[in-house]
Design a protein around this ligand. Sequence first.
Ligand code: ZN
Length: 398
Amino acid sequence: MQWILAVYKEIVLAAKFIKILLRGSEMQKFILILSLFLFLLVSPLIAIEKISISNAAEIGRIPDIEDADAAPKANVPFDMNSLKSKWRDRIKAIRNSGKLPIIDIESSYNPKKLNVRSFAKIMDKEGVALIAFSPQVGEKGFKEGKLWTDNIRHLISADPWRYIPTTVAGIYPAWTEKPEDFLNEQIKHVKEDGYPLMGEFEFRHYPSPPEYKRGEMYRDVDIPINSKVGHRLFAFSQESGIPFQIHYEIEDKLLSSLEEMLTAYPKAKVIWCHLSQIRYQVRSAIYGHDYVERLIKKYPNIYFDTAFGSTESVYPGSRERHARIWGNEHGKVKEEWIRLITAYPWRFLAAMDLGGDRMDELPEKNKTLRKFLENLPEDVREIVAYKAAWKLLFNEEL
Ligand SMILES: [Zn+2]
């Protein structure tokens, strides 16, 4: 009925205009024509504005501030339903724009170095929908006695469209110097604040190429995965269902203790970061696509993320190309890995591995990630790019 009323109103208005045109004074005619002219001029601008506002709402508003700390802390437990509804819209908007949305399951950041405003613009440009961003406590924070930071709560409040709340990164020094106390803090906050994911714990970690070049050998970490703290972490994930990430160099001598833990805690959700990133080939004869397949078949809750270097990336310690997934041809993934990922796509998660010392590398990391994804069949690519992460974190399909 409403449209009949609207049409009736339009007819009455048109009749008034015609009456003025036929019988009105010169002044009335002038005002009428001027208003029509102004209306015609302004209406497309209003339409454009309306469209861009609605697009901005879908893809997510750009924060007005640069420093997340200027925003109040988001309430905890996090309002996951409201966040997820924004994230779904954002993923859809990126898809509609013709880009493949990415959920980056593994990145960490230095809160002091993050400009939330410009970072949001970069993410939009690159089609990165969401980052599971794990804040770093850093050396200064650790010296002040900190094992935890609430920074992600400021970040979520400043920009609720782009970040998945993730617990503090398990790196030097907070994790490596005080592993037990550090883990206590993580568990406490997962329980109280409702974090859906725990950041990367470095159990066996060689310094990254930049750390190696800077001589930061304190980043050479060796905390046995089957130690007391490892057992507590696996047990917590098993009972809570909250996934966690491990950095665990691929070496023959380390595999049996990992398998011991996967056997003891079959329900613990483990994301083994850096698929097929082998720093020293001489130390790794067992691992390969067939070994990964065996793990997938045997352990129902092991996942792998795809944060590895580009074809050219060389590990300075061994001078080897450590991202072993690439074939000889530039940008081409080895067939056997494509076959494996295609057979079990839900076990593989896209990741960029940004860090506090490389916040500006998003475009480059995204380029490498997309080059890898291009090798996969289209439906598999969509799963690895974002659907598998959503399913793992929220137990539902997008
Ligand atoms: Zn790592």
